[in-house]
Design a protein around this ligand. Structure first.
Ligand code: COA
Length: 189
C-alpha cells in the first residue's frame, strides 16, 4: 500500500500511474469484454468468473444496479485494466473476485482494489468475505493472506467456461461469530 493515493474515483499507483474506478454499468459492457479478450491465457485461466457475452454482462450489470453485487471496473482512459467485485453484496458473506490486466499486475492495483472492497464490506457491516483461488496462484494467495484472509478448505469452483476447478476457499471474518454460508461456487445464475 506504500505511497499509494486512493481517493473515491481514482487510484494513484506507486509508479505514478493514475486510474479511474467506476461502478459496472451498461456503458462498460464492450470494454469489459475487451478486457477479458486481452488477458493472457494464464491470467484468464486464473480469472474467468463468468462468460463475457452480452447477455451475461447485461445480467452482471443488472445485479450491480439492483444492489445484489458491488462490481467495479478500473480504467486508464477508456481501456479497462481491472475488474473486481463482491457478489452477493446484499448478503452477510459476499464472494470476492479480482482480476488485473497483465501489464498492470505487480504495480499495487490488485492490493488497492482488495482494500477498497474490504472497506466497502466493513461499511456495509457484513460478517465477512469469502473467495476462491487455485493453490498454485501464489501471488493472489499472498495478497489475500496479507489482508487477513485465511484458508478455510477446498471447493469445486465452476469457472465462467464451465470448467470445474478444485480451489482453496479463503475467508476474512469481519465480525465475531460470522460464518460463511453453504453455497454453490459458480457464476450467478
Ligand atoms: C492476483 C492479482 C489480482 C494481484 O493483483 P496485482 O495488482 O498484480 O497485485 P499487487 O501489485 O497489488 O500486489 C499485491 C501483493 O502481492 C505481493 N506480490 C506481488 N507480486 C507477487 C508475486 N509474484 N508473488 C508473491 N507475492 C507478490 C505484493 O507484495 C503485494 O503486497 P502489498 O500490496 O502489501 O504490497 C493479479 O496479479 C491478477 O489479476 N492476476 C491474474 C488473475 C488472478 O490471479 N486473479 C485472482 C484470482 S483468485
Amino acid at each position: 500500500m506504500s505511497g499509494r493515493e486512493d481517493t473515491g474515483r481514482t487510484i494513484r499507483l506507486r509508479d505514478g500511474a493514475e486510474v479511474e474506478v467506476r461502478p459496472l454499468s451498461a456503458r462498460e459492457i464492450a470494454g469489459l469484454a475487451r478486457f477479458n479478450a486481452a488477458l493472457s491465457a494464464s491470467s484468464r485461466a486464473l480469472f474467468l468468473p463468468h462468460a463475457y457475452d452480452e447477455t451475461t454482462l447485461t445480467r452482471q450489470v443488472a445485479r450491480h444496479t439492483r444492489g445484489e453485487d458491488l462490481s467495479l471496473v478500473v480504467a486508464e482512459d477508456e481501456r479497462i485494466v481491472a475488474y473486481a467485485f463482491l457478489w452477493e453484496y446484499d448478503r452477510p458473506f459476499p464472494l470476492l473476485g479480482l482480476g488485473v490486466a497483465d501489464a498492470w499486475q505487480g504495480r499495487g492495483l490488485g492490493g488497492a482494489l482488495l482494500d477498497r472492497l474490504v472497506a466497502a464490506a466493513v461499511v456495509a457491516a457484513r460478517d465477512g468475505i469469502e473467495l476462491t483461488t487455485v493453490p498454485h496462484n501464489t501471488r493472489a494467495r499472498s495478497l489475500y493472506e496479507s489482508r487477513g484472509f485465511r484458508v478455510a478448505g477446498e471447493v469445486d469452483n465452476i469457472a465462467g467456461d464451465g470448467r470445474v476447478v478444485r480451489e482453496l476457499r479463503m475467508c476474512l471474518a469481519l465480525r465475531a461469530g460470522g460464518r460463511s454460508p453453504e453455497r454453490r461456487f459458480a457464476p450467478p445464475g
